[in-house]
Design a protein around this ligand. Structure first.
Ligand code: 6R9
Length: 650
């Protein structure tokens, strides 16, 4: 991205200082940055002491086989022991690990650490009985229920890497993932609740397994009680196999670099990549960042990541980070509008949640519904609120801070990826004066830069590509079975630097602003522009709740800007005058060059499970093409609605 395009990005001058009491008592103070940069490896070595190692490491980092890292070399550790047993041994067995909230009202369960330990041990014994051995892969295709966490930890306990497939994905997605990592066992449920209705999962597994003859066992949790087809000899009920197992299981320590899980993430082209995470470094990176970024006080805080476990955010900040820290978390099964649009805020007031972590797409949806809904609930217990998954538009940030955070909670805008495993760039709530729209600076122990096309660092006020210049503990160790693709995707664009695939700019203070995926950058009459910038301008208009912008081929300008917007509920239907008003608004905010050629008012936008807008599909619509692969959409009917609206408009 060239500087001319971003000179006018976000003339944002609002600043929010940390609250004085939070700053005084913060887990991490400003000196952490200096300590970490003085000796990065010593810093991470210190953080590794948060965990219980069966055998200590001999070397903090072995980077001699770069870009394949080894962290805490020679150390041996069991992830499940660290997430569960050691808290029970420390006398915290009665502490709640999860306040689980099912989607149907009054369907709740509190699970203590002692209960979680028993469940994990039983499930581990059950997997052993099914013949699962360390290093065998297990696919998990589940709703958001406690058994999902139990299943993941049971796998970790016996050293069998899990691959969690988002419950909203189709049987095709399941087939691809089972084939790629050669899973032999699948853990699933009859179904889960979605918008008040039981939604089946087992049927998709049955369909998928017609093409996966190597899968020998399917362990099925009964969640909804709906009818399921049954394959004798292959399918086993969880309650029949797991419940009767012994609650004793001695955890075995594995090498620090033993694979913990594979998480598939879709690239813009080609088949999904199986991102490999290993054990020791991953636990160090996730537990430290969970404690530092959210200022977690494990003895008193109630923490809630409102995200799906099938997304890396669920792995790192519902399961491994929080449990390694002995946290009490909330886990919620359903959608935010079931049975009413105040469900999240009701949960926060019921459980006295102190820390909330969610995605900008959720925040913009709540903005669309209106502030009067959350304002009905007592959310005075909240003290830190976080955002992840996309750039948070400044307007959404300020709304989140004011309406949800009561004007007192720091917003931590956390940039990271499936590949990074842990949060990389974020404010620290007790240190950083936050700027709406900026993820600010790399965390202590992390080195990130913004570079130009040649890989040279840009100066303040300039834009380019985000790169990570030093290895970090939770980094991916590769792509499952595809070392070449790993090197090619992340390490070939710039020498000795990890290429994240995101555009970014440094503001005049040197703080980082993320500008969206580089594949989404538009080129209009020779000017390179970021989708984020124009989307944020649209969202700053009081009538707009959400916006997606794409560049589509144009005979006159090379590419032209096309926008899709969701209006706030208070804004009416959006006739031609509104469209004109929004086009002018963008021209005023950024410049004439950014004025969208077309703006279409839509009911919904195509999004992935983590709420990321799939601009590629909108580009297909704008360029009048057949819409491409929609298998990773959270709701596959959306594209039909948008394409139909496009036809009507013509
Ligand atoms: C954790 C997660 C990674 C991509 C990443 C970037 C975008 C995530 C962001 C953000 C701006 C933030 N992203 N957090 N962009 N600000 N705070 O989302 O992982 O699903 O692998 O996506 O998400 O584009 O490259 P993943």
């Amino acid at each position: 991205m060239t500087s001319e395009a971003i000179d006018n990005l976000s003339r944002e001058d609002r600043r929010f200082e940390p609250p004085a009491d939070l700053a005084a008592d913060a887990n991490v103070k400003a000196d952490a940055y200096e300590t970490a940069s003085a000796d990065r490896l010593a810093f991470w070595e210190e953080q590794a002491k948060r965990l219980d190692w069966e055998t200590p490491w001999e070397q903090v980092l072995d980077w001699s086989g770069a870009p394949f890292a080894k962290w805490f070399v020679g150390g041996r550790i069991n992830a499940a022991y660290n997430c569960v047993d050691r808290h029970v041994e420390a006398g915290k067995g009665d502490k709640v690990a999860f306040h689980w909230v099912g989607e149907p009202e009054d369907d709740t369960r509190d699970i203590t650490y002692a209960e979680l330990k028993d469940e994990v041990c039983k499930a581990a014994n059950a997997l052993l009985e099914l013949g699962v051995q360390s290093s065998d892969r297990v696919a998990i295709y589940m709703p958001m229920i406690p058994e999902t966490v139990v299943a993941m930890l049971a796998c970790a306990r016996i050293g069998a890497p899990h691959t969690v497939v988002f419950g909203g994905f189709s049987s095709q997605a399941l087939i691809d993932r089972i084939h790629d990592c050669d899973a032999r066992v699948v853990i699933t449920a009859d179904g889960g609740y979605r918008r008040g209705e039981p939604a089946g999962l087992k049927p998709a597994v049955d369909t998928a397994l017609e093409q996966c003859p190597d899968v020998r066992s399917v362990l099925v949790v009964r969640r909804t009680g709906q009818d399921v087809d049954w394959t004798e000899g292959r399918d086993v009920w969880w309650h029949e196999l797991v419940d009767g197992q012994s609650a004793e299981h001695t955890p075995e320590a594995f090498d620090s670099e033993h694979p913990l899980y594979v998480m598939y993430t879709s690239g813009t082209t080609g088949k999904p990549k199986g991102i490999l995470h290993t054990t020791g470094g991953y636990l160090v990176g996730t537990s430290y960042t969970h404690w530092a970024v959210f200022d977690l006080k494990p003895d008193t805080d109630v923490y809630w990541t409102a995200a799906d476990i099938g997304w890396v955010t669920g792995h790192s900040y519902i399961v491994y980070g929080p449990l390694a820290n002995g946290t009490t978390s909330v886990m919620y099964e359903g959608t935010p509008d079931t049975p009413h649009k105040g469900r999240w805020w009701e949960i926060i007031s019921t459980y006295k949640v102190n820390i909330l972590y969610c995605a900008p797409t959720a925040i913009r949806t709540f903005m669309k519904w209106g502030a009067e809904i959350p304002e009905k609930y007592d959310m005075s217990t909240l003290r830190v609120i976080g955002s992840v998954g996309e750039p948070i538009n400044p307007e959404a940030y300020v709304w989140y801070r004011e309406t949800i955070g009561g004007g007192r909670c720091p917003v931590v805008d956390t940039w990271w990826q499936t590949e990074t495993g842990q949060i990389m760039i974020s404010p620290l709530p007790g240190v950083t004066a936050g700027k709406p729209g900026s993820a600010m600076t790399p965390l202590p122990g992390i080195e990130a830069k913004v570079v130009d096309d040649e890989g040279n660092p840009v100066g303040n006020g300039h834009g380019g590509y985000l790169v990570l210049t030093e290895p970090w503990p939770a980094m991916l160790r590769g792509i499952w079975n595809d070392d070449e693709r790993f090197k090619e995707t992340y390490w070939s664009r710039f020498k000795d630097m990890y290429f994240a695939g995101d555009g970014a700019k440094l503001d005049d203070d040197g703080d980082i602003w993320l500008l969206g995926r580089v594949d989404d950058v538009m080129n209009v009459s020779g000017h390179r522009m970021s989708t984020t910038e124009i989307e944020s301008a649209l969202v700053s208009h009081p009538k707009v709740a959400e916006a997606a912008v794409v560049g589509a081929n144009d005979p006159d300008t090379g590419q032209a800007v096309h926008a899709y917007v969701i209006l706030r509920e208070s804004a009416g239907d959006g006739g031609p005058e509104v469209v004109q008003e929004l086009r002018d608004h963008v021209a005023n905010e950024i410049g004439k060059i950014a004025r969208p050629k077309s703006i279409m008012v839509v009911p919904e936008l195509p999004k992935t499970r983590s709420g990321k807008i799939m601009r590629r599909l909108l580009r297909d619509v704008a360029e009048n093409r057949e819409v491409g692969d929609v298998t990773t959409l959270a709701d596959t009917s959306i594209m039909d609605k948008i394409s139909a609206g496009m036809q009507d408009a013509k």
